[in-house]
Every structure is written in structure tokens, then in C-alpha cells.
Design a binder for this molecule. Structure first.
Ligand SMILES: CC(C)(COP(=O)(O)OP(=O)(O)OC[C@H]1O[C@@H](n2cnc3c(N)ncnc32)[C@H](O)[C@@H]1OP(=O)(O)O)[C@@H](O)C(=O)NCCC(=O)NCCS
Length: 195
């Protein structure tokens, strides 16, 4: 599937397999990447370009675009809208939130706060807009967050997930979180990962 800059995507699965494409292009990059199609008709070209993921402060100039980022409809029960997360942070002074940027494009949102336990950070919210999912952005954003938390003296990260089909549990497992026996009062399962 090739995703365009807008909401367009093209499914090539009938005519080519991803493994064949990577075999022809060389090793799959170890990090987020995107496909760049040249607009030059005399020299058609497809390039695989690595994206740089950064966590950036949200400002008066960017808050609207960050609040407009959305998950897929069926994912909405797993995470609050970004506007609500930012409003909740207003009442939780220890919360820190950032926009996730892929190069210069805002693609997601992440929010964390200290947990009740010493040296433990609680990953409160994480989302990647539906137009930008499955490109390694969340994984890279968490890598950035881990570095940031280590530098701030944290030794462990916790999060909690709504269990259910299409939920983020497998994503968190794939980046090193393990399930605990603990459940929050709202029914979310607590996950943990050392830093
Ligand atoms: C969960 C979420 C943040 C993942 O974002 P993403 O940018 O698509 O994830 P990535 O592309 O970085 O995926 C990293 C790895 O996790 C895997 N993965 C991603 N989403 C997955 C899912 N729903 N189920 C299983 N595996 C998943 C990817 O295949 C990838 O594996 P790989 O490294 O072996 O290729 C995104 O799907 C989302 O915003 N979901 C809705 C909100 C939500 O549930 N947030 C978490 C609770 S607060």
C-alpha cells in the first residue's frame, strides 16, 4: 500500500509483494521511511526516504492542527481525542505533552507524567493519525521518549491499555512492554517496561 500526502492510498498488493520490492531495493531501513515519487515525467523515479521523528512542544500556532489529528474510527475507543488530553493536562501540572513530527509534518501526539512510584513514568496518551500509521512513527516516537525519560532519571515506564480487538496491546508488546496483573479502576490493563 502506498499512502499519498492526502487521504489517498494505492493498493499494489495484486501486482507486487513487499518482500520482492525490498529484495530489489536493498535492505529495509531500520526506522521510519516514506516513498517519494518524482514528478518529472522524463525521469520517473521512486525513492525510499527515511523520516526524522521529533517530539515538539505544541504552540498557539500548532494546537489546532494537532487537535485535528485523528485515529481510525474503530480505534477511537482506545484513546481520547488530543483536545481532551491537552485539557486534562491543564489540571495535571506534572503532565508533559508533545506533538510527534515526521520531518516537518505533525503526525501524532504523546503525553506522560510521573507515576506514583519513584523513578517510574506513566505514558498517559499516544496516538498516530490514521493517515500516518504503520510507518514506524509510534515506535520511533517511543524510542525518543525513552531517551528523554532516561535523561530525566526515570528507570521504568508504565502505561495502560483498553483490551480488545484492534487495540494497542500487540503494538506495546512489540516495543518491549509486558503485561502486569494490575488493572486500573476503569478496566485498563497496566503494562510495564524497564528503561
Ligand atoms: C498504536 C499506534 C500508536 C501505533 O502507531 P503506528 O505508528 O502505526 O505504529 P508503528 O508503525 O510504529 O508500529 C511499530 C510496530 O508495531 C506494530 N503494530 C503497530 N500497530 C499495531 C497493532 N494495532 N497491532 C499489532 N501490531 C501493531 C507494527 O507492525 C510495527 O511492528 P514492526 O516494527 O515489527 O514492523 C496507532 O495504531 C494508534 O494511534 N492507535 C490508536 C490509539 C491507541 O490505541 N493508542 C495507544 C493507547 S493510549
Amino acid at each position: 500500500m502506498l499512502h499519498g500526502p492526502g487521504r489517498h492510498s494505492v493498493d499494489f498488493s495484486d501486482i507486487c509483494r513487499a518482500d520482492d520490492i525490498w529484495a530489489a531495493l536493498g535492505p529495509k531501513p531500520n526506522g521510519p521511511w516514506c516513498v517519494v515519487l518524482s514528478a518529472n515525467r522524463n525521469k520517473p523515479e521512486i525513492r525510499i526516504v527515511m523520516s526524522m521523528i521529533t517530539l515538539r512542544e505544541i504552540t498557539a500556532a500548532t494546537v489546532r492542527v494537532v487537535c485535528a489529528l485523528e485515529t481510525r474510527e474503530e480505534q477511537k475507543r482506545f484513546v481520547a481525542p488530543n483536545a481532551l488530553s491537552i485539557a486534562q493536562a491543564y489540571f495535571e501540572p506534572r503532565a508533559i505533552f508533545r506533538a510527534v513530527y515526521a520531518d516537518e509534518v505533525p503526525v501524532g501526539f504523546v503525553m506522560w507524567k510521573p507515576a506514583d512510584e519513584a523513578e517510574v513514568a506513566y505514558l498517559w496518551r499516544l496516538m498516530i493519525d490514521h493517515n500516518h500509521q504503520k510507518m514506524g512513527y509510534a515506535k520511533q516516537a517511543i524510542t525518543q521518549l525513552i531517551n528523554l525519560l532516561r535523561d530525566a532519571g526515570y528507570r521504568r515506564m508504565q502505561t495502560s491499555v483498553v483490551l480488545g480487538d484492534g487495540g494497542p496491546l500487540d503494538f506495546y508488546r512489540s516495543i518491549g512492554f509486558v503485561e502486569t496483573d494490575a488493572m486500573l479502576a476503569n478496566g485498563e490493563r497496566v503494562l510495564t517496561r524497564s528503561l
